[in-house]
Design a protein. Structure first.
Length: 174
């Protein structure tokens, strides 16, 4: 049913590959022909393959940062940050302390934050310590988490000017 591929077999390098070449070249050419198709039939545009997501940037436990940080990627903080952080996914380690505003699509808090937290999804684990307001779209607080501040739900918590659950305006055109 299954057979060993002869593509990487050193014994078949100089041998007749008429049987194995038909099976080995088809898979190699299929992805490139699929990548050049745009649906318009022109074939001028070469679509890039989806890039692998880079690993999160890690700030180690012995690192002390003073200043703001901003990225579209992911950050894992294990040290101390005195400043604001903006990221896609922000993970605050158990030994970490953040003194400033945190803004991210996804925030996982295992350590300490002194300041405002804004996130689409905010999760306080059992070891979390937050002193400040949390503005979120969805929130999860595990048993044992320590939190002092207010919690406010907003449809767009990443936008500081957004209002919480805005009332529907009547449509004058109807």
């Amino acid at each position: 049913m299954f057979s060993k591929s002869k593509i990487n077999d050193p014994a078949s390098k100089g041998a007749d590959t008429s049987h194995s070449s038909a099976t080995s070249t088809a898979p190699q050419t299929a992805p490139s022909s699929a990548a050049t198709s745009t649906g318009s039939g022109q074939g001028d545009y070469k679509a890039s393959a989806p890039k692998a997501k880079p690993p999160a940037s890690v700030l180690s436990a012995d690192l002390h940062v003073t200043g703001n940080m901003k990225t579209t990627g992911d950050i894992q903080v294990e040290g101390t940050v005195e400043g604001d952080i903006r990221a896609h996914l922000l993970t605050i380690g158990e030994s970490a302390t953040i003194k400033g505003e945190v803004v991210a699509d996804d925030v996982v808090i295992n350590g300490r934050i002194v300041g405002r937290v804004r996130g689409l999804k905010v999760r306080l684990t059992s070891t979390a310590r937050v002193e400040g307001d949390i503005i979120h779209k969805t929130i999860a607080i595990e048993s044992g988490a320590h939190f002092e501040g207010s919690v406010q739900r907003q449809d767009d918590p990443l936008n500081p000017g957004a209002k919480s659950a805005p009332a529907q305006k009547p449509n004058p055109a109807s």
